[in-house]
Design a protein around this ligand. Structure first.
Ligand code: NAD
Ligand code: IPM
Ligand code: MN
Length: 355
């Protein structure tokens, strides 16, 4: 019997609706594989912020740093500025726990029509997003507030170690897949950081002679993701480019409700955090219609990360089978199922417990 201690942070809006399905799936598949989960739930959210003035307690990170992994729903709610809620919770976890890899796989599921191309056979790639530096930075400032010369300055930080380690991660990942990396930059317009990134890609390519790679400008690249998504294997990009690419890719595959993310500290020193790519979706929150697939797939990634890849694969296989063999799907995928109905279909499709 393996026992894992998981920190659960449901957060706001549909975050709290998609996390219970992920937990139900984990418990069911865990029982089959001799894995038990002990959960500690934290109410860190915009609701907490409005009541207590902080997204999480001052010692919040200490309370979760010894868990085996973190499962998060989504954070952010109207009434609390997004930069306050996200920099008060999600981003400190990513940074202080050195989760410098944001792993965002995407694929098209049989039976799910995609909005652009109908069916996209073979679309199956991973966005490797740099997760702790880049355009997301606190360096800069607001000046001359309220005056005609008002301005805002926002610095982007790209360090040799920071870029090198995410590139190496992407190349190593590609070596276990179809052996191809696409690096997204904008070196024709952003003249310091992006050419630097391109140079480091050349170095990473030389360290990984078994992996083919290509540099593409982000503007042309996004068009290809829409029009010819099956050509990609691993796409590596900066914090901002990786963020945008991952929602785009998920929408191309059917809905942003399906996409998972792993915020990984590859050293294992800190817990890694698994969460759907999507946000709290205030427009559909409270209706019980959110697609839990992104959260369930994130739980499957967590199983892989914790050393239970067979269990993770069973989860993905169950989701795939529900979509391929039944009409059960949520509204965002053109169906009528509720969050609970889709979850029940996945639970019923998982292999039965071993006796
Ligand atoms: P969003 O992802 O919440 O929603 C965008 C659109 O996609 C909405 O129309 C929504 O209904 C739909 N959608 C998203 N997830 C869905 C699901 N599982 N099933 C069905 N439909 C789904 O993005 P947003 O509107 O830009 O952000 C809302 C809030 O969430 C903001 O406060 C934002 O900062 C926050 N946010 C948080 C995270 C996170 O915690 N990791 C990620 C993204 C956005
Ligand atoms: C995501 C989200 C966050 C990000 C926001 C909410 C800060 O969009 O996890 O993709 O940009 O990282
Ligand atoms: Mn995003």
């Amino acid at each position: 019997m393996t026992d894992h201690r998981i920190a659960l942070i449901p957060g706001d809006g549909i975050g709290a609706e998609v996390l219970p399905p992920a937990v139900a799936v984990l418990d069911r598949v865990g029982a089959r594989h001799g894995v038990t989960f002990r959960y500690d739930e934290f109410d860190w959210s915009c609701t907490r912020y409005l009541a207590e003035g902080a997204m999480m307690p001052a010692d919040g990170l200490d309370r979760i740093r010894h868990h085996d992994a973190i499962l998060l729903g989504a954070v952010g709610w109207p009434g609390v500025p997004d930069h306050v809620s996200l920099w008060g919770l999600l981003i400190p976890i990513r940074r202080q726990f050195r989760q410098y890899v944001n792993l965002r796989p995407i694929r098209v599921f049989e039976g799910v029509p995609t909005p652009v191309l109908g069916a996209v056979p073979g679309m199956d790639f991973v966005v490797v997003r740099e997760n702790v530096e880049g355009e997301y930075s606190e360096v800069g400032g607001r000046f001359n507030r309220g005056f005609p010369d008002e301005m805002a300055v926002q610095e982007a930080i790209f360090t040799r170690p920071g870029v090198t380690r995410i590139l190496d991660y992407a190349f190593d990942l590609a070596a276990t897949r179809r052996g191809h990396v696409t690096s997204a930059t904008k070196s024709n317009g952003i003249v310091h950081t992006m050419p630097f990134w391109d140079e480091l890609v050349v170095e990473a390519g030389a360290r990984h002679p078994n992996v083919e790679w290509r540099q593409e400008h982000i503007d042309a690249l996004v068009a290809k993701v829409v029009l010819d998504p099956s050509r990609f294997d691993v796409i590596v990009g900066s914090n901002l480019f990786g963020d945008i690419l991952s929602d785009l890719a998920a929408a191309v595959a059917g809905s942003i409700g399906i996409a998972p993310a792993g915020n990984i500290d590859p050293s294992g020193e800190f817990p890694s955090m698994f969460e759907p790519v999507h946000g709290s979706a205030p427009d559909i929150a409270g209706q019980g219609v959110a697609n839990p697939l992104g959260a369930i797939w994130s739980a499957s990634m967590m199983l892989d990360h914790l050393g239970h890849p067979e269990a993770g694969a069973e989860v993905l296989a169950a989701v795939t089978a529900v979509l391929a063999n039944s009409p059960v799907r949520t509204r965002d995928l053109g169906g009528t199922a509720s969050t609970d109905e889709f979850t029940t279909a996945v639970l019923d499709t998982l292999p039965p417990p071993r006796t």
